[in-house]
Write a protein that binds this ligand. Structure first.
Ligand SMILES: Nc1ncnc2c1ncn2[C@@H]1O[C@H](COP(=O)(O)OP(=O)(O)OP(=O)(O)O)[C@@H](O)[C@H]1O
Length: 306
């Protein structure tokens, strides 16, 4: 089993510190979502793990060794950083075969990965004729070519169609279930919530969180109870009688925070309040993420006064 270990990693470009004393580990058998606003340092960290850039200080290792020390690295670590990186004048198949040859991977594996990523029908077309989504799929095929234990994908959902989004979600879950170490950056919170077990969050180059996804959400967003009724007065009175505040929303539903659905259901029912809808609402990753990064965002739109 192979982990990625980042220890006190710092990368400076001139006076700009892109990664600032970051320490975290990415463990096998899980999908770790890698989040953070634009410019937070995610891609730089991935490049440092892959030995594509030298750290100013600190270390990044895979299975305890720097990437550069791995023999036939594609057999250990697969990565998609930039879907535009493939040579446009080559066919998708030739691109994968060249990658395979340089890592002593059997050529048949290239065809298997074209099949796996849904590219078999366009395998003999030049990469320059591929759509963004097709290039993403080709990049993912390249990452999986060497059957690696460790997989790093930088925004793999970028450009994928709805069917592709479902496909990548299932692929990531399967890779983790096979015991692989999977690190995936994304700006899509709903997507990340659908595949990640664990989260590493950066902001302005610093580590903001390294935690199981459920804990990340629960620590920041209060679950609440959602209610709809035909008798708002009775609802408010019944809740107030038990020390609960209810907030009414534009579409007519109410939310009760710091409350459990079974308690609210029982007390409204006992008070004879007519209930049209009663549900427990969990916090979302998007809410929790905004809560954490609001103060950290480097490039936010200026706040507009109404
Ligand atoms: N080669 C480079 N030379 C100079 N500055 C760089 C270089 N690469 C990255 N940076 C800077 O480092 C910081 C981190 O960038 P990075 O691309 O790692 O962020 P990111 O979290 O991947 O952002 P995004 O979500 O926009 O992809 C940014 O301020 C960026 O401008």
């Amino acid at each position: 089993m192979t982990s990625i270990d980042v220890r006190d990693l710092t990368k400076e470009y001139g006076t700009r510190r892109a990664v600032d004393h970051v320490t975290f580990g990415v463990r096998p058998g899980k999908v770790t979502g890698f989040l953070g606003p634009n410019g937070a340092g995610k891609s730089t960290t991935m490049r440092l793990v892959l030995g594509l850039d030298r750290p100013t200080s600190g270390t990044a290792t895979v299975g305890g060794r720097p990437y550069a020390a791995l023999a036939e690295p594609l057999r250990h670590v697969g990565a998609l950083l930039d879907a535009q990186a493939a040579h446009g004048s080559r066919t998708g198949r030739d691109h994968l075969r060249a990658l395979a040859a340089s890592n002593r991977i059997p050529a048949a594996r290239a065809d298997a990965m074209l099949e796996e990523t849904g590219l078999a029908s366009v395998a003999r077309r030049r990469v320059k004729t591929y759509s963004l989504g097709m290039r993403q799929r080709l990049g993912i095929a390249g990452a999986l070519l060497g059957d690696p234990e460790v997989i790093l994908l930088d925004e793999p959902s970028n450009g994928l169609d709805p069917e592709g989004i479902v496909w990548i979600r299932e692929l990531l879950r399967r890779l983790a279930a096979e015991g692989r170490t999977v690190l995936v950056s994304s700006h899509l919170m709903n997507e990340t919530a659908s595949f990640a077990d664990h989260l590493v969050v950066l902001g302005r180059g610093r580590l903001l969180a390294d935690t199981p996804m459920r804990d990340f959400i629960d620590a920041r967003v209060q679950p609440h109870v959602r209610v709809r009724t035909t008798d708002a007065g009775a609802l408010k009175a019944a809740l107030a009688g038990h020390g609960h505040d209810a907030v009414e929303h534009e579409d007519g539903h109410w939310t009760v925070t710091h409350a459990r659905v079974d308690e609210i259901g029982a007390l409204l029912s006992a008070a004879g309040v007519p209930i049209l809808e009663l549900a427990s609402t969990e916090g979302t990753l998007e809410q929790a993420y905004f809560d954490l990064t609001a103060a950290e965002t480097e490039f936010t739109a200026p706040h507009q006064e109404p």
